[in-house]
Write a protein that binds this ligand. Structure first.
Ligand SMILES: [Zn+2]
Length: 283
């Protein structure tokens, strides 16, 4: 188990932990020293051989008293992602093994919660069976941001056709707005910008709270530099505004923060400091 939030168990469901792109590519407005800055604030996060940012691809499993909830479903197997060779047509058992380690099988998931509809967050929504994409979690409702679904329905690309549309056609998708509550413990906090409908997740049990960032941030260095633009933000300025609001909320609540793409173990707290923010990692 990664941690407990009151009486809710949180488990890391890790699929990949490897180099992605170089910080200079990911943060184009951050200046020529960005790799050194990232490495100084997140030691070990820049691969010393390739210079690329090491990015975990992971979901988080929440076991509440009433529901078993998977937040984000990673890249998946057999998916079409030619732009990222490490993600393209994978065949790997690590995701399923992580679920098993948490004592959970595909049929046990009650809800799949997608922070946004990008390839590395929706992949295990479906799996390929006899040449057809079927929902991986037969008993789950899948909650997806309506604004993202609308964009991708029109675009009709591989991600939508392989990982979203089969869930919609199976009648298991619920298109939701930010602010949506899932039971008594989980709510969707609007953090648009990375995608139009992007949400971060608040988990609450008694006086204990935790926040799952999704892709509002990708490195803890962005606590110090929330104004950096990120290569894959759909609306970079809106993403900056959302990032600062998320950091302010995290610092004010002094809650546990789980960074979806933060260097492992991806858990800590945010402190406000001299008009900026600081990350306190938890080992
Ligand atoms: Zn991502």
């Amino acid at each position: 188990m990664l941690c407990k939030v009151g009486n809710i168990e949180v488990w890391r469901i890790l699929e990949i932990n490897g180099p992605f792109l170089r910080p200079e590519e990911l943060y184009p407005t951050a200046g020529p020293d960005v790799a050194e800055i990232v490495e100084s604030h997140a030691p070990g996060s820049v691969c010393c051989h390739s210079g690329r940012l090491i990015l975990p691809i992971q979901g988080f499993l929440l076991k509440t008293p009433t529901h078993t909830i998977l937040v984000d479903s990673c890249v998946g197997n057999d998916k079409t992602v030619p732009g990222v060779p490490d993600w393209h047509q994978r065949s790997d058992s690590r995701f399923e093994a992580s679920l098993s380690a948490a004592g959970v099988g595909f049929e046990d998931i009650d809800y799949v919660l997608c922070t946004h509809l990008h390839t590395d967050h929706v992949g295990w929504n479906t799996r390929l069976m006899d040449g057809r994409w079927i929902p991986t979690f037969p008993n789950a409702r899948y909650l997806m941001p309506a604004a993202d679904e609308q964009v991708h329905r029109l675009r009709n690309g591989d991600m939508y056709l392989e990982s979203v549309l089969p869930v919609v056609e199976a009648g298991q998708a619920e298109l939701v707005q930010a602010g949506h509550m899932l039971g008594d413990h989980v709510s969707l906090m609007p953090t648009p910008g990375h995608t139009p409908g992007h949400v971060s997740i608040m988990v609450k049990s008694g006086k204990h709270e935790a926040m799952i960032t999704g892709d509002a941030l990708h490195s803890t260095a962005q606590c110090w530099y929330p104004d950096w633009h990120f290569k894959y933000d759909a609306d970079a300025e809106m993403a900056v505004t959302s990032r600062i609001q998320l950091l302010e909320a995290a610092a004010e609540k002094d809650c546990v923060v789980l960074g979806s793409h933060f260097s492992l173990p991806s858990i800590g707290r945010v402190k406000a400091e001299l008009g900026a923010f600081r990350w306190h990692g938890q080992s």
